[in-house]
Ligand binder design. Structure first.
Ligand SMILES: Nc1nc2c(c(=O)[nH]1)N[C@H]1C(S)=C(S)[C@@H](COP(=O)(O)OP(=O)(O)OC[C@H]3O[C@@H](n4cnc5c(=O)[nH]c(N)nc54)[C@H](O)[C@@H]3O)O[C@H]1N2
Ligand SMILES: Nc1nc2c(c(=O)[nH]1)N[C@H]1C(S)=C(S)[C@@H](COP(=O)(O)OP(=O)(O)OC[C@H]3O[C@@H](n4cnc5c(=O)[nH]c(N)nc54)[C@H](O)[C@@H]3O)O[C@H]1N2
Ligand SMILES: [Mo]
Length: 684
């Protein structure tokens, strides 16, 4: 998109990286004219990006130059949550914050909680100086579980790391199972490779309760009940075993403990799977045959299925499938959930975050997914001190964390001191005592890895900071100085941090080319070589046992009493034109999404007298949320889809879908169960 600039000034191009929490991590070419960014484009030479950007990020200048950007420090003047602030100077803001945090730290630094996630995925503007600062104080540690921890820990238990197929190799596959992912919305650059495979004759199968735009474009769509993926995986194994489709040689050499899983899988004939998953037994048989007999066969697993109670076990079971058929032997075969740990050799996280600054201190850890309960907890021997201060950066917990009523009540506590580093007055910033203006990706330096491909990228600042905005790094440098923290590493420059982040890479090459590919084997697991101690994929993992189907907390069979009152299962996957709660305030993108809605199957709507477009109330014991009903074929019977994650204040009644979600955690990884949620829907 174009923004106004002097039309005769020369145009320069700056190399950047998309900062968003998305597997694609695109390489950007940013056009600057007269000191203003006029265009953001995808780098045509970067293989995963291949010159294309999603609709959201091509609007990045609109977000950066948004009239509502916070461009000065703000101090609260109204009640918490009212969003009433007055501008103050940096010096006044930081002096007061330093004195408030200093007083708490003098009593007990664990009463201070950093709260951050992946608003930017940058290594610098994420956890670098911020981590050093909180480690020096001895503040509480944050368990960053909100997104990928169930699947992530499951993958580590199975493969020894978050590692998998090369993105580009999907183009070689003849069968791709797109499992728990709406790739067109949330992994667009994978979809391009899947399309290439399709043109070469590959079959695409989507496994997703929702008929997404991706499901529509696949050859086959299995709309299973949410949280039943583990049962489906066991059913596929049943068929592999009973038809003699196992690659016994690969299993003997590269899989540890399959004999313990064999008898469990044999308890899952297609008829039983069909009943649990809500699909036909023939669909299970058909899928198993296709997966066993097509080569190369690839699985693009994503995070959709790990947001239910049994998500960790489901990922462990699915991750074993390519090991049982030997799919890893071929290029274009295997599985990818996350590529994060391929970067372990290239990125020195400890150098950036300096956990050694904790010295002998061993602060307690707070799980970001239970922030609702934890902000409301009193001091106790098990919990430790009451949380007295929260410093939020790169996250919007009031909108994105589960069980919003509790989260809001926590952030409204009069005795809680809250500082939020932000671009905008989000739902969380509205609850701050101080809002500190942060730079966007166009205004700061950063280094990026990816969880969906295997390139390291650099992001050079294209323009100087707008207004009085500062990079997160600089805000924490200044705060550390104000608090009298003297370790020199708290003052390292962004340039120094960038070099510390990737010590083994040719930094000058990264800086000028914009990205470098990690040197990795072409066929990573053709002959075993998983990142486990013995190089084999693991079935019986220490502390976890043999994986099994773990049913949802909330479903007709596991909680029949609850299901009588709240008979519909609700999932809340992201809306295509938002990035979690980011971009909701960009008018052009919000107008594409329209308004908050819940998708319903026509039968479920008719049974409740609900018409398409009608205002409805979605509710359960945790809360109630009003939005429009979208009646149609996207929802399967018995499941409603409440697309996320709207800003509460832009919703119909100042709430969003997380009003309904619970703080219960997954079987593995202490992660949230956003999609394990029974509700009822009624006309409003
Ligand atoms: N446009 C856009 N892109 C995004 C994001 C965004 O908000 N918007 N978010 C980013 C982030 S933070 C992440 S973590 C990734 C997530 O990446 P993905 O996990 O690929 O993201 P989703 O599109 O949420 O895909 C999840 C899909 O799983 C389905 N699903 C829900 N429950 C189940 C289940 O029990 N089983 C199965 N099989 N499927 C289920 C949902 O309907 C949805 O279509 O995407 C990133 N990319
Ligand atoms: N119901 C439901 N809830 C969900 C999900 C779901 O599928 N359903 N998805 C979950 C998932 S997968 C995730 S990852 C979480 C995401 O939750 P969050 O990580 O909180 O993500 P965002 O909502 O995008 O909020 C990021 C914030 O960081 C800010 N930001 C961006 N860059 C910078 C920067 O450089 N500096 C500073 N200071 N701020 C910056 C943005 O303005 C934005 O407000 O939400 C979770 N919540
Ligand atoms: Mo996420």
């Amino acid at each position: 998109m174009n923004t106004e600039a002097a039309t005769d000034a020369p145009i320069t191009t700056v190399r950047g990286a998309c900062p968003h929490d998305c597997p694609d991590t695109c390489a950007l070419k940013v056009s600057v004219q007269g000191g203003r960014v006029i265009k953001v484009a995808g780098d045509p030479d970067h293989p995963p990006t291949h010159g294309a950007l999603c609709t959201k990020v091509s609007r990045y200048p609109e977000r950066t130059y948004h009239p509502e950007r916070v461009l000065t420090p703000l101090k609260r003047t109204g009640p918490k949550g009212s969003g009433q602030f007055t501008p103050v100077s940096w010096d006044d803001a930081l002096t007061d914050i330093a004195s408030r945090l200093g007083a708490i730290a003098a009593r007990n630094p664990e009463a201070i909680l950093p709260y951050s996630y992946a608003g930017t995925m940058g290594l610098l503007q994420g956890e670098s100086i911020a981590a050093r600062f909180f480690h020096t104080l001895g503040a509480s540690l944050l368990d960053r579980t909100i997104c990928a921890n169930a699947g992530g820990e499951a993958l580590v238990a199975t493969y020894g790391g978050k590692i998998g197929m090369h993105l580009e190799d999907y183009a070689q596959a003849q069968l791709i199972l797109i499992w728990g992912s709406n790739s067109i919305a949330s992994n667009l650059h994978f979809w391009t490779f899947a399309q290439q495979a399709k043109r070469n004759g590959a079959t695409l199968v989507c496994i997703d309760p929702r008929r997404t735009e991706t499901a529509e474009k696949c050859h086959q769509h299995l709309a299973i009940q949410p949280g039943t993926d583990g049962a489906l995986a066991l059913g596929l194994m049943h068929e592999l075993i009973t038809h003699g489709w196992l690659d016994e040689d690969y299993i003997a050499r590269h899989v540890d403990g399959f004999d313990k899983l064999r008898p469990k899988a044999l308890e899952w004939p297609p008829e039983r799977v069909a009943q649990v998953c809500g699909i036909t037994a023939d669909a299970v048989r058909h899928l198993a045959r296709a997966y066993a007999t097509t080569r190369p066969a690839a699985i693009r697993l994503n995070y959709g299925m790990q947001r239910c109670r049994g998500g960790g076990n489901a990922v462990r079971l699915i991750a074993l499938l390519p090991c049982l058929t030997g799919a890893w032997r071929q290029r274009g075969g295997g599985l990818l959930l996350s590529a994060s740990h391929w970067f372990r050799g290239a990125v020195d996280a400890a150098a950036l975050q300096r956990p050694d600054l904790l010295g002998g201190k061993r602060p307690r850890t707070i799980n970001m997914s239970t922030i609702g309960d934890d902000l409301l907890r009193d001091a106790s021997p098990t919990f430790g001190p009451k949380v007295e201060a929260v410093v939020v950066y790169n996250s919007n917990p009031v909108a994105v964390a589960p069980d919003s009523q509790k989260v809001v009540a926590g952030f409204q506590r009069a005795d809680l001191f809250t500082v939020v580093l932000e671009h905008f007055l989000t739902d969380t910033a509205d609850h701050a005592d101080y809002v500190l203006p942060a730079t966007t990706q166009l205004e700061h330096l950063d280094v990026h890895t990816s969880y969906g491909h295997t390139y390291v990228l650099i992001n050079h600042p294209a323009v100087p900071p707008l207004g009085q905005a500062l990079p997160n790094t600089e805000i924490f440098r200044r705060l550390a100085a104000k608090m009298g923290l003297t370790d020199p590493c708290l003052q390292d420059s962004d340039e120094a941090l960038a070099r510390q982040a990737v010590p083994s890479l040719d930094f000058d090459r990264l800086s000028s080319q914009g990205w470098v590919k990690l040197p990795l084997p072409a066929l990573p697991f053709a002959d075993g070589g998983f990142h486990t101690p013995h190089g084999k994929a693991i079935v019986d993992a220490p502390g976890l046992g043999v994986p099994d189907y773990v049913p949802p907390y909330e479903s007709r069979s596991s909680s029949p009493e609850l299901a009588r009152r709240f008979p519909l299962a609700m999932i809340s996957p992201p809306a295509r034109h938002f990035l979690n709660s980011t971009f909701v305030n960009v008018t052009s993108l919000r107008s594409i999404e329209g308004e908050p809605l819940v998708e319903m199957h026509p039968d479920d709507a008719a049974a409740r007298g609900i018409a398409d477009g009608q205002l409805v109330r979605v509710f359960n014991d945790r809360g109630s949320y009003r939005c429009k009903a979208a009646v149609g074929s996207r929802a399967r019977p018995g499941v409603v889809n409440g697309l996320g994650v709207w800003w509460r204040k832009l919703g119909v009644d100042g709430t969003n879908v997380n009003e309904l979600t619970s703080q219960r955690l997954t079987d593995i990884g202490r992660a949230p169960t956003f999609y394990d949620c029974l509700v009822e829907v009624a006309p409003a």
